[in-house]
Write a protein that binds this ligand. Structure first.
Ligand code: MG
Length: 499
């Protein structure tokens, strides 16, 4: 895949990359600590782990300051730099802005709180008791509002948080995206109401043996071509993907006892994230741009593999032997039965279990709540009620308890406010990928034959190999031919559900 000149030749950029290696290593260590916190750590370890994570981010901040004098030298050299090198400067300036504006005490408080809040959230969710989590969320809202003030912003204060997950993406962009999507999705949803997509499958209620499904999942990642020597899979309360480097990428799943597709599709989803990390350009490794470009692009990879590939008829034909070989109860069901089970459209409570038509209502709801939190329009104690009202408004269902309502997501326990809209950005980009890839590859045939290499190569050439060379908005235009366009997702969903 080394098909060009060396990406870096400017002396100052080479020096910056060299200095950045420490940053990269600290980031990798942080990723491992965070992975361990959710996979292995005994619950009482959370306070001391919080101290460790806080100290690591303070070190990160401190070490970054050694880079600034060198970074300032690039101001006069912009004209001599190639795209990769300009990318390095862009990413480092973003970090400079963040770390010079956020005071160390704030960073420390946020990191400590996150480690403690995660364990509290996990327990509160189990007992469906928002009250024990509420003070932590209150604290986070307070800290994030302070962060926003320190960072500064144009327009809505929420923009300062959104930008950290999706560079240059603003409330205006998000409003426009949801304003287009929500009514279009409602229209498609109304059309499928009397179709096979809404007929309950008996598989939903069926229980499975955990070992048998774990074996299925292990074979599934082989089908997807995940490299055994660079990849591992574990169990956590909320499935996630964590990269240590492009040679060590990890995912998790969960086993809940019934409705096996929930575990199965979390594996495909997280594997999609992992493929991005595993395929990052080797020549950019350890540099500031040797990373995924944004959360939205990252999520587009997971949603592409999960939905566009994983929930297709061709993929079901491909994995039927794996399912049937491990899960006896699947045998009586036809490929079509499985297709409608995997694609069951339901007005449900849980975002991660939502089908492709209702998923974005869940993110729209969280986005509206977060804007209010950061805009100072609500207090934490009012949130469960507003959450439930919004669920009724968007999905016509009302959560019976906090566990299936406001406590369902891990994000706020990490202090991640501003993250949710990027899930919908990811869905939209996955729609744009679908729109483009089928013009260039016999995409459906490749899926059914299990020959994923041309698909991975395509994703590499268009997205993975660039790392963060370009901003996400630039990369969308360059590689997918247009700015972030929700029409492509609508097109895909119409093709899938209406034809
Ligand atoms: Mg994801």
């Amino acid at each position: 895949m080394n098909d060009e000149d060396p990406p870096f030749s400017s002396q100052v950029i080479l020096e910056l990359n060299q200095k950045f290696k420490t940053q990269w290593a600290l980031g990798s260590a942080e990723s491992l600590l965070a992975w361990d916190l959710e996979v292995n750590m005994p619950p009482k370890g959370s306070a001391s782990r919080g101290v460790v994570l806080a100290e690591v981010s303070l070190l990160t901040q401190k070490q970054m300051s050694e880079i600034y004098p060198l970074l300032d030298k690039t101001d006069s050299k912009q004209g001599d730099l190639n795209d990769y090198e300009k990318g390095v400067v862009r990413i480092l300036k973003r970090k400079q802005k963040f770390f010079t504006k956020i005071p160390p005490y704030l960073l420390e408080r946020e990191r400590k709180l996150a480690a403690e809040a995660y364990v509290i959230w996990r327990d509160a969710r189990k007992r469906s008791d928002f009250k024990t989590f509420q003070p932590y969320l209150e604290k986070f809202i307070e800290l994030k509002r302070e962060e926003v003030d320190k960072l500064g912003y144009k327009g809505h204060p929420y923009n300062a948080l959104l930008d950290q997950f999706e560079e240059d993406f603003t409330v205006e962009d998000a409003d426009r995206m949801f304003a287009k999507l929500v009514p279009a999705l409602k229209t498609i949803l109304a059309k499928v109401q009397k179709s096979k997509y809404t007929v309950d499958s008996p598989l939903v209620e069926m229980s499975y043996d955990e070992d048998a499904l774990a074996k299925t999942n292990r074979q599934l990642v082989e089908v997807l071509g995940m490299p055994k020597d660079k990849f591992r899979m574990d169990i956590s309360a909320h499935p996630f993907e964590a990269p240590m480097s492009r040679e060590d990428v990890r995912i998790t799943t969960r086993y809940e006892g019934t409705d096996f597709r929930r575990s199965l599709f979390s594996v495909i989803h997280e594997s999609g994230h992992a493929i991005y990390e595993l395929q990052l350009n080797e020549r950019l490794q350890f540099s500031p741009i040797g990373v995924a470009v944004s959360n939205g692009f990252h999520e587009s990879q997971s949603r592409f593999w999960e939905n566009v590939v994983g929930r297709s008829r061709g993929f079901i034909r491909l994995i039927r032997p794996v399912l049937q070989g491990n899960l006896n109860f699947v045998a009586p069901f036809s490929d079509e039965d499985l297709y409608y089970y995997f694609n069951l459209v339901r007005l449900g409570m849980i975002r991660v279990d939502a089908d492709e038509l209702t998923y974005n209502f869940h993110t729209a709801l969280r986005y509206e709540l977060e804007k209010k939190m950061i805009g100072g329009e609500v207090s934490a104690s009012e949130l469960p009620e507003i959450w439930n009202d919004k669920m009724e408004e968007y999905l016509g269902v009302r959560p019976l308890n906090d566990s299936e309502g406001i406590l369902q997501d891990v994000h706020w326990s990490h202090g991640d406010i501003g993250y949710f809209p990027t899930y919908t950005v990811g869905n939209v980009i996955a729609g744009m990928i679908w729109h483009n890839i089928r013009k260039e590859l016999s995409f459906e045939e490749l899926i059914q034959s299990g020959d994923f290499n041309p698909v991975k190569k395509w994703l590499y050439v268009k997205i993975h190999k660039w790392g963060a060379t370009y901003s996400p908005k630039e990369l969308a235009e360059k590689s997918l031919g247009e700015p972030i366009n929700p029409d492509r997702l609508i097109e895909y969903l119409k093709w899938k559900y209406e034809s």
